[in-house]
Design a protein. Structure first.
Length: 351
């Protein structure tokens, strides 16, 4: 099993770092691709940016690592930087050519970048200005780069992209919602990082903290240990103050029951284990969960069977990662050891 570091969007996915510290096993597309994940505080990024990811990838490459796990929200920016990088490389090539050849070469590049722009011959200084102040500036604007030196920032990003490409990562695993559903986006990431292979899910993902109600816990009354009572009292995680009293469409309740099917819904302390997950906010994505079991032994057994085999977990709060698999099986989500978790991972390899 490969040991990989995780670069994590701590702001967008606050539970992810704690999850991988508690459970280091992360499945790949096949069992041969399974990973043991390590998390360093330097790799927990607040308000993650593409440049910050490139910086952490350079740090991994300098440490001799060629496989990586990136946990973040999906963004299309890698395609823009890849395109800008290719164009900047062309500019370097054009500038190195004899002066007599540069006019035609600039005309070809500008027509590729913005068809219909060139009408007749274009002077080299005009081509340079158009490239710098029109096309490159537009790419920087698309990347939301600001501060008066946007094109310089973009060129710095391209330089870092090229350094990461030169490192030749063998595999980058991405855990971000729906990236694998867009073949072009996955191919763009593969090209952007210069990785031999990039893998990502084609469905939504979540990380959530779970604190089970357990009948044998002496500090809680029987009435307080049912999910039904918890919802009646607090209105679910939304009205309970955990998420600023959000209501309406921001509070989608997914009734996710995993456990003995013969336990009535109204009696939520089964001779087994049950868990419910809520999406409490869509922008940004936030989730909450509650679970119930008769004894802590049932909770530990569920964790071993569904998250990590032979986990050190005994009792108390634990973290859960999942893939939303609506319509693909009997349950709305798949935990890491569920075969459906692997089934939603899609891989793209360099041509």
């Amino acid at each position: 099993m490969t040991v990989v570091r995780a670069v994590i969007d701590k702001t967008g996915l606050p539970e992810a770092a704690s999850y991988y510290r508690m459970f280091q096993h992360e499945p790949g597309r096949t069992s041969d691709d399974d990973m043991t994940v390590t998390v360093d505080s330097a790799d927990e990024l607040r308000h993650i940016t593409m440049e910050a990811v490139l910086d952490r990838m350079q740090a991994a490459a300098q440490a001799g690592e060629r496989e990586l796990l990136v946990v973040a929200h999906g963004e299309p920016e890698g395609f823009i930087v890849s395109r800008a990088g290719a164009a900047l490389s062309r500019r370097v090539t054009i500038r190195a050519r004899p002066a007599s050849e540069q006019v035609a070469a600039w005309g070809e590049l500008i027509e590729e970048l913005a068809p219909g722009t060139v009408r007749g011959a274009i002077a080299v200084p005009d081509a340079e200005r158009w490239f710098e102040h029109t096309w490159l500036a537009a790419q920087a604007h698309a990347l939301r780069l600001h501060g008066g030196h946007e094109t310089q920032v973009l060129e710095r990003l391209v330089d870092k992209m090229n350094r990461v490409r030169h490192a030749q990562f063998q595999r980058v695993e991405v855990r971000a919602c729906n990236i694998g559903a867009n073949v072009e986006a996955l191919r763009a990431l593969c090209q952007f990082w210069g990785a031999r292979r990039v893998c990502a899910p084609n469905v939504g993902t979540f990380y959530v903290s779970v604190h089970p109600f357990v009948r044998e816990s002496p500090q809680e009354s029987e009435r307080q240990r049912t999910l039904a009572h918890w919802e009646r009292t607090f209105g679910g995680p939304v009205l309970g103050g955990l998420y600023r009293h959000q209501v309406g469409p921001a509070a989608r309740h997914f009734d996710v029951f995993v456990g003995p099917s013969n336990v009535p819904v109204g009696f939520l302390i089964p001779e087994g284990f049950r868990i419910r997950v809520w999406e409490t906010s869509r922008h940004p994505h936030r989730y909450a969960s509650q679970a119930a079991a008769a004894r802590w032994w049932f909770v530990k057994a569920w964790v071993n069977q569904n998250i990590t085999p032979n986990a050190h977990y005994e009792r108390g709060t634990f973290l859960l990662a999942g893939m939303w698999t609506f319509g693909r099986g009997p349950d709305p989500f798949a935990a890491p050891l569920d075969p459906a978790y692997r089934g939603v991972l899609v891989c793209q390899e360099q041509a």
